[in-house]
Design a protein around this ligand. Structure first.
Ligand code: ARG
Ligand code: ZN
Length: 875
């Protein structure tokens, strides 16, 4: 069988959805925990759904079947059929009780799906299809059952026993074992099941809900991490309050538990009443975590908490609806973070992410709609498109409807579908009913892959400004989107539209060609500059012929901070792309002069660091090498990108040296570390400014970084010093890296920062360094965080070495992926997306990368996860 036959046989299509043949109303689970032989007994009430005589088919993987009881009688072997993935009971009654006993081996579970061990404790990950590795079950999200769970385990090794819902009892079970009982009153899909057992300590707190109920909160971690939970707890309480105040959603169990584990494939998981987190999204104290870590924790804690309504109370009918919960929940957590910190900077960061990751995904071989139409391995669809573009699509609905109407829509949605498994269609229907708007055209955003482009042009008539917008998309059906626009004069003054005081208009773009005419009171000799897609109201690419002058004006004068930042980005791009293109065949003999407009805009923004340091930090951040590479459809010039980006940074540093120093000194935060917006902004602007200064060949600026490293009482400032020094490696840098390692080598989560920085160094033999580091005592190929920090950072963050012309980066990564695919296919598949780019490489590199892809793809043992990615990439 060829690869294609092998994988296409498993393709699952949205169009084939059928309601389940059987429903399961309750399931009582008993776990007898043992690292290598855990016994699971599951008793289920099953009932036929509709009238038919089809068999009952249960999913099950990596399970040892011990026994089946059917209405109290042992089922003999000729009454069922068993394969390595399915258990079939051909002829069953209308409704019946089934008890299935299985045995599983958590210690051998390296895929981190189902029940597995992390640091000697037990934990689970069931989304999307992990429950079938625990017991035989109809493992699909439209089966909503009431769960009760009993956990029996050795009381010394596993003092803490947790499951979903509310605790019922904890008693001795004799022989040094104890038994804990949990009941979850809310019917839920199997993907939300969770269990934890281990030696854990908890940070405890309480929360009083809006209706006055007291909720017991706890964050469980390994004992040595007990002092790193305060920020996560604070974030949890803020999230609970925010969801009450913003969406009117109250928590619905007596307890809310969070557990942090070190071995976890993704960020975190919203299991009902028992969220399980990758420890990187819980653990923080000032000397171990950076501001970015603090921000990540705040948003992921919120995200998982918000799922309690958008995902758990109202869940997905099938996995094609994944964005129903993920897109909506990301939108919710983005707005939460905006309310907790700087709205403008959050928007800038979210859009920057979307552009760098989602736009690239949408333009490459893994492109898929927000609602995919088919998949082979659903784990491959936890993507930036489903999450981040999905969030943009919900945001557009908020913008089209206005917050109040949108909120009426969400109330209707939560109310009507509480306790049900529903579809994206159902969500849109509520928005449409709440607003009276026809959203059928809007649906296209969910159905079609690719980033729409808007070609914008303008014209002047006496007293009139005309804006023409053309949708450049594949197919002939236009999208519907909100587009905020404003106009500015060359002096930077806002222009009143249509003889009113209105400065900003939301256009509803919905035709292939559309034009708007605004009456404006501006003399014809004064230039009008449009500010388009303000706040990034629509996730599109805008093509308008801006020149340096116009961008410099917007970067300074636009009243929308997002568009100021965006104008700055476009200014960088204009200069960098021109230089990269003319320098593709090697550096030019003399350095090109620094464009006046760009330099001036840069200097002006630096002066604003007193008011909003975090915003300034965003504005003076150069586009990443990755984003620059994405601007090329073919023959990506990696060397020129790297060289020209560094050159521009150095040129700016030369011109603005004294101002940079001033900004650095003025933004010295208060003496002790606090995670609050102003201090975060100050540290962030210092990071940027310092990494400009260290590009200059001056010992004084290196010393500045060393002093920052020495004096810092927090991880942000000490790591930022290292980061700034890594720009241009020196002995000083080596010495500080060694000190950092010496101090933190027993703390792998912190060593991840060090690994990532090492992996991104472009000096010397980068790959050899990475190879050596794989032997570092803190490294482990089995741990996804370590793998992303070292291997992922090399493949994604060291474009120069990964794309070395001899192909050593490609071959080495393929070897690692093949190795990892043997024990953790999800992780292997994620790493393999680094090869999506091969068709945009020059022919010599493309051949080498394609060879690496073919080598992974053609292995008979290639997992379905990996082969779906490599297969699509090879196309
Ligand atoms: N629902 C989780 C979240 O968004 C993600 C879980 C994904 N897990 C996976 N194995 N694909 O927070
Ligand atoms: Zn989520």
């Amino acid at each position: 069988m060829s690869t294609n036959e092998r994988t296409s046989a498993r393709e699952i299509r949205l169009a084939d959805y059928q309601a389940p043949d059987y429903l399961i109303d309750t399931i009582d689970l008993t776990f007898n925990l043992d690292p290598i032989a855990t016994r699971v007994s599951a008793t289920m009430h099953v009932r036929r759904n509709g009238s038919h005589s089809r068999p009952l088919i249960l999913n099950g993987e990596s399970l040892k079947l011990i026994s089946i009881d059917y209405d109290g009688e042992k089922l003999s072997e000729h009454k069922f059929a068993l394969t390595d993935r399915l258990l079939t009971l051909p002829d069953v009654r209308e409704d019946f009780v089934l008890t299935i006993v299985t045995e599983i081996n958590p210690a051998a579970n390296t895929a981190l799906e189902g029940l597995y061990q992390s640091a000697g404790n037990f934990c689970t990950q069931c989304e999307p299809e992990g429950f079938r590795r625990i017991t035989y079950f109809v493992d699909r999200p439209d089966i909503l059952a009431r769960y009760s769970v009993a956990i029996i385990a050795d009381e010394l090794d596993y003092p803490v026993l947790l499951a979903n819902g509310n605790p019922v009892s904890l008693e001795s079970a004799g022989e040094g074992r104890q038994i804990a009982r949990w009941v979850d009153p809310h019917p839920k899909p199997s993907y939300l099941f969770a269990l934890v057992a281990g030696k854990l300590t908890a940070l405890k707190d309480t929360f009083i809900t809006q209706s006055g109920r007291k909720i017991d909160l706890a964050i469980y971690v390994e004992p040595h991490n007990a002092d790193r939970c305060a920020h996560a707890m604070d974030s949890l309480k803020k999230s609970m309050r925010w969801d009450e105040e913003t969406y009117g959603r109250e928590y619905d169990l007596d307890v809310f538990n969070i557990v942090a584990v070190d071995d976890f494939n993704m960020g975190a998981m919203e299991n009902k009443g028992l969220n399980i987190f990758n420890s990187r999204y819980i653990l923080a104290k000032p000397d171990t975590a950076t501001d970015a870590d603090y921000a990540g924790i705040e948003s992921v804690v919120a995200h998982e908490y918000f799922h309690n309504w958008s995902g758990n109370r109202v869940t997905c009918r099938d996995w094609f609806q994944l964005s129903l919960k993920e897109g909506f929940t990301v939108f919710r957590d983005q707005e939460f973070s905006a309310d907790m910190g700087s709205r403008a900077v959050n928007r800038i960061q979210d859009v920057n992410m979307l552009r760098q990751i989602q736009f690239a995904e949408d333009a490459g071989p893994q492109a898929h709609p927000v609602q995919p139409k088919s998949y082979r391995e659903i784990n491959n669809f936890y993507t930036s498109t489903v999450y981040n573009k999905g969030a943009e699509v919900v945001r557009m609905q908020r913008n089209l409807l206005g917050w109040e109407t949108f909120r009426r829509g969400t109330d209707l949605y939560f109310d009507r579908f509480d306790g049900q498994a529903v579809t994206i269609e159902d969500f849109l229907q509520c928005m449409s009913e709440a607003s009276g708007k026809d959203l059928s055209q809007f649906r296209r955003w969910y159905d079609v892959a690719g980033t729409p482009k808007l070609r914008v042009s303008d014209a002047r008539l006496p007293g009139q400004y005309i804006l023409k917008i053309q949708q450049e998309i594949s197919g002939s059906e236009p999208y519907m989107m909100p587009l905020d626009v404003a106009l500015f004069t060359a002096e930077g003054d806002p222009i009143a539209l249509d003889g009113t005081g209105v400065l900003v208009q939301t256009l509803t773009v919905c035709e292939m060609h559309q034009s708007w005419s605004f009456s404006v009171d501006v003399p014809p000799n004064i230039r009008i500059i449009p500010s388009l897609n303000r706040g990034f109201t629509a996730p599109v690419e805008i093509h308008y012929p801006y020149d340096q002058e116009a961008l410099a004006i917007l970067s300074h004068a636009d009243s929308d901070p997002f568009n100021r930042w965006d104008a700055m980005q476009k200014l960088w791009l204009l200069t960098l792309l021109e230089r990269i293109k003319s320098g593709q065949n090697g550096p030019s003999e003399s350095e090109p002069p620094l464009p006046e407009g760009l330099s001036h805009a840069f200097g002006q923004i630096l002066l604003e660091s007193d008011q909003d340091p975090m915003f300034v930090a965003e504005c003076i951040s150069l586009p990443s090498e990755k984003y620059l590479a994405d601007q090329f459809d073919e023959n990506i010039p990696f060397e020129a990108i790297h060289r020209e980006r560094n050159l521009l940074r150095r040129q700016l540093a030369e011109v603005w040296e004294s101002t940079l120093l001033l900004v650095y000194e003025k933004n010295q935060p208060a003496d002790h570390y606090r995670y609050e917006p102003r201090a975060v902004g100050q540290r962030q602007v210092r990071r940027l400014v310092l990494s400009y200064l260290t590009t200059l060949d001056r010992p004084a600026w290196l010393q500045l970084a060393v002093t920052q490293f020495d004096r810092a009482d927090n991880m942000t400032e000490s790591f930022n010093a290292l980061f700034a020094l890594s720009v241009r490696p020196t002995d000083v840098f080596e010495r500080l890296m060694a000190r950092f390692e010496e101090r933190w080598r027993h703390d792998p989560l912190i060593m991840d920062k060090w690994f990532a920085l090492q992996a991104q160094r472009t000096d010397g033999d980068a790959l050899e360094r990475v190879r050596q580091l794989m032997g570092h005592p803190a490294f482990s190929l089995k741990n996804p965080n370590r793998v992303h920090a070292l291997i992922g950072s090399y493949a994604r963050g060291n474009l120069m070495d990964f794309h070395a012309p001899d192909g050593h980066g490609y071959q080495w990564l393929a070897d690692r992926i093949i190795e990892i695919d043997g024990f953790n296919p999800q992780l292997a598949a994620r790493l393999a997306t680094a090869f999506n780019i091969w068709k945009r490489l020059d022919p010599a590199r493309a051949i080498l990368m394609k060879e690496a892809l073919v080598r992974m793809n053609e292995r008979p043992a290639c997992s379905p996860d990996l082969s779906e990615i490599t297969g699509k990439s090879l196309g």
